[in-house]
Design a protein around this ligand. Structure first.
Ligand code: GRF
Length: 209
């Protein structure tokens, strides 16, 4: 089986958001606390009203709004986003509640160097409203997944996962809050692991070396 060995990456992060930005905040906090040896070079949002932009500004981080509605098609948006990240010499792209699909140009520019956090135990419940999907399905456990982004939605190799129970009286909202606590712990840890390059993949399986 083909094995891919990690290499130390530039710790210049580009974080892409669309909304609240609590995962962005968790990354900022981990860096400030010395738990994550990295620097956020730019935060990009597709939405000017994303609350996460203010979190970035408060932390003195450069922000940029790249609104997909200013682009005539997906290709043009993919090109604009990729150019911006390349201009800032980003080593690792972190999607943190970014609601747009990553295009082929960006995937080629950042091979195995785009991470996403998703609020379910993938491959269960990919796509939208995974907490509602978990409640509706009736699973007893769900959780959070940090994975490498590939061309298939929410289906790249898993870096880290955390499990949370689904309680009988859970609503999608209460389950989301419980999962979010784990996302905030997991995402900075996964970024640190990927940055230090001491890992390998065999097929889809990610191993710590
Ligand atoms: C998180 O639950 C994340 O897993 C999902 O979108 C949500 C974003 O939340 N992809 P926030 O903007 O980081 O607070």
């Amino acid at each position: 089986m083909k094995s891919v060995t990690g290499a130390e990456m530039s710790a210049r992060l580009g974080v892409l958001i669309s909304g609240r930005g609590s995962n962005l905040q968790a990354i900022i906090d981990a860096i400030q606390a010395g738990r994550l040896d990295a620097e956020i070079s730019i935060v990009i949002s597709n939405c000017a009203s994303a609350a996460g932009l203010e979190r970035a500004r408060s932390a003195g981080i450069l922000t940029k709004v790249l609104d997909h509605r200013d682009h005539k098609n997906k290709e043009s948006y993919d090109h604009a986003l990729t150019s911006e990240l390349l201009e800032y010499d980003i080593g690792l792209v972190c999607l943190a509640g970014f609601m747009k699909i990553v295009g082929p140009k960006m995937l080629r520019a950042f091979p195995n160097a785009i991470l996403n956090v998703h609020p379910s135990l993938l491959p269960s419940f990919p796509g939208l409203e995974p907490q509602r999907q978990a409640c509706d399905y009736g699973v007893k456990f769900s959780g959070a997944t940090v994975h490498v982004v590939t061309e298939d939605l929410d289906a790249g190799p898993v870096v880290l996962q955390a499990v949370v129970p689904v309680l009988d009286d859970d609503t999608p909202e209460t389950l989301a809050s419980r999962i979010l606590v784990e996302e905030h712990r997991l995402y900075p840890e996964a970024i640190a692991r990927v940055l230090d390059g001491r890992f390998r993949w065999e097929g889809r399986r990610y191993f710590r070396d």
